[in-house]
Structures are given as structure tokens and as C-alpha cells.
Design a binder for this molecule. Structure first.
Ligand code: APR
Ligand code: ZN
Length: 237
């Protein structure tokens, strides 16, 4: 058991939002079991059939807007504040594109796969807040181009975001915690081994052992809304 850490790197995945009603990707009946990511989550899919891609993300965005943060999101927000009060830091890196961490009170959230509630213009690259449906009729608020707006999320084949900041934060952590992620998608799935190589203690908090389970020093299994607050309380947070 890790004594009280000062700098925690927390990596979250779809499992942290599962109890808020948002689907995971690789569980039974998950999003990629029902929809083909190659037809909906690649730049090529968007170029070939933008309306179908935009409809898919509009549906997910509506779900994210209607969802509420759960106790796992709240526990991470509280841990961030308690660590800061001690002069420490919680670096929250999420693979999720919803805004439940922010709505639970987390002040610093790094979205390495982008954000559903932002839109990006393919003509000028401008990123703007966007919580309505996206359609080809929409114009870019920055350059006025129409028919060029896409969700500001990372598709398969695209580079995740904020990688330099993530690597720097990982190198400076004294505890690495992964919550609600299958460990199936890189580079996020490789962070636990990078932490191990740096001598940083690691813990997985997940419903069940992930693909990466053997790489973690410790694990707490169960629904994140219960397992995560319990684990953070062990750390005095
Ligand atoms: N509490 C904790 N963990 C849970 C819960 C829960 N209530 N429900 C499911 N889980 C776990 C599952 O056991 C699984 O290990 O959450 C994990 C979800 O894994 P994935 O569905 O693969 O989601 P994630 O790891 O976030 O996927 C990574 O893949 O397609 C891309 O961009 C997508 O960001 C996503 C990335
Ligand atoms: Zn533009």
C-alpha cells in the first residue's frame, strides 16, 4: 500500500463514466460491438460520409450532456483539491471525451482523445465550444467556412493530444493510477509500463482485471463509484 503520495498521475477511461450511463467501448454490448469504428471514427470515414459520422457523434454528445458525474468523478475532483492543499498535484489524464470530470469539479483535465463538447474547423483549425448537434450546414465561427466542422475528438489513425504534457507529468509522479480503462489503446495503455520503468508505484482501479492487469503493482476491483473513493481514502484523499 502506497503511503500518502504528493503527485498522482490518474488515467481514466470509459469505465469511470459507465455508472453515469455512458457506454464503454469493449465490454459486452460496448460501443465498438454495436458500431464499426472504421466507419465512424476515422478521418476517412468522415471524408466519405460526414453526415453519418456527425450523426454518430451528435448522439454521443446528447448522451454526454444528459449524463451526470458519479461518485468516481467526484472523488477525483476532491483528491485534486486535497492534494493541492498539501502542495501536491493530481494530473488527471482522461481518454474520455465527455465533460463529467469537469462537471464533478476537477479543475485541470487533460483530454488526450479530445472533447465531444468542442468542434473543430477543418478549414482553419479553430476549436470552439459546441454542445448542439453538428451538421454540414454549420459555419465555422472563426473563418465562416461551411460544411467543414467536425467534433474535436481524436479518431483512429490520428495523434492523441497533449502528449508532451502527459509524458512530463508521468515522469514527475510518485503514484500512477488507472481507472476504468481496458488498456487496449496506445499510447495510454503503455503508461503503466512507463511508470514501472521509472520506479513509480502503480494501481489499477477497474471493474475487472484489464488487459494490462499484470503490469500493475496493486489493484482494486469493483465499480469505480465505490472502488475509487475507497482507494483514495486509503491514500488519505
Ligand atoms: N467501474 C470501473 N470500471 C469499469 C466499469 C465500472 N462501472 N464498467 C466498465 N469498466 C471497465 C471495463 O472492465 C474495461 O476494462 O472499464 C474498461 C473500459 O474499457 P474500454 O471500453 O476499452 O474503454 P477505454 O479503455 O476507455 O478505451 C480507450 O479506446 O476506442 C478508443 O477512444 C476510445 O478512449 C477510448 C479508448
Ligand atoms: Zn474555420
Amino acid at each position: 500500500m502506497t503511503d500518502h503520495p504528493r503527485t498522482i498521475f490518474a488515467l481514466t477511461g470509459a469505465g469511470v463514466s459507465a455508472e453515469s450511463g455512458l457506454g464503454t467501448f469493449r465490454d459486452r454490448g460496448g460501443i465498438w460491438a454495436r458500431f464499426d469504428p472504421m466507419r465512424l471514427a476515422t478521418p476517412e470515414a468522415y471524408a466519405a460520409d460526414p453526415d453519418t459520422v456527425l450523426d454518430f457523434y451528435d448522439h454521443r454528445r446528447r448522451g454526454a450532456v444528459a449524463a451526470e458525474p458519479n461518485a468516481a468523478h467526484v472523488a477525483l475532483a476532491q483528491a485534486e483539491a486535497r492534494l493541492a492543499a498539501r502542495g501536491g498535484r493530481l494530473f488527471l489524464c482522461t481518454q474520455n471525451v465527455d465533460d463529467l470530470h469537469e462537471r464533478a469539479g476537477s479543475q485541470a483535465v487533460t483530454h488526450m482523445h479530445g472533447e465531444l463538447l468542442k468542434a473543430r474547423c477543418c478549414a482553419c483549425g479553430a476549436v470552439t465550444p459546441w454542445c448542439a448537434d453538428l451538421s454540414r450546414a454549420d459555419r465555422c465561427p472563426a473563418c465562416g467556412a461551411s460544411g467543414r466542422m467536425r467534433p474535436d475528438v481524436v479518431w483512429f489513425g490520428e495523434m492523441p493530444m497533449h502528449l508532451d504534457a502527459i509524458e512530463a507529468a508521468l515522469a514527475g509522479a510518485d503514484l500512477f493510477v488507472a481507472v476504468g480503462t481496458s488498456g487496449a489503446v496506445y499510447p495510454a495503455a503503455g503508461y503503466v509500463r512507463q511508470a514501472w520503468a521509472l520506479g513509480i508505484p502503480t494501481c489499477e482501479v477497474n471493474l475487472e482485471p484489464s488487459d494490462n492487469a499484470d503490469a500493475f503493482d496493486e489493484a482494486r476491483y469493483g465499480p469505480a463509484s465505490a472502488a475509487l473513493p475507497r482507494y483514495l481514502a486509503e491514500l488519505g484523499l
